[in-house]
Write a protein of this length. Sequence first.
Length: 187
Amino acid sequence: MQLLQLQFRTSVHEAAHAVARLHLDLGTIAKITIEEPEGGYVTGTMPREQTEAVLTGVLIAALAGRAAEEVIVGSVAAGSGSESCDLAAATALAFDMETVMGFSKKWPLLHRKVEDRASMLATDHELAARVNARLESAYAVARKMVVNQEIAIDFLGEILLARKTLEGAELDAVLQEVKQRIVATPG
């Protein structure tokens, strides 16, 4: 029973990432799986153009899994804690948007390449607040998107629960069905 609950949580989580990427038109999806030891993942290509709007979409998609757990499952599981987990990746992107990509409201032309993000976030409280504000804003949008796209997420999540891994022609066919269930939302 516990394994089935974990697989359900993982399928909802990964389905939300995929639906967010489809809804926000963030590149292509090549594989979705829920059967890796660390959980699951969605792989594919991301858009080449890296504007602030596109990268904010990437943040939203990165946080959509957690948002879906909260909204659909009713609780959030701890992240893996690894540098590749969703929260670490989203934090790194939000940090880079504030320090090296030129999207900061404060000093957008000042390039500050930092080797140790954790130390910088621990000591520069103003920077940490701006990074957190980006993450909070993206998470709020992700939660709203999950509520609006719950039918598409549930549909894909059920297929992932049954199939465990989707790729190739099977993935393409399923994603076409998912796209038909995505609700157009303003903004």
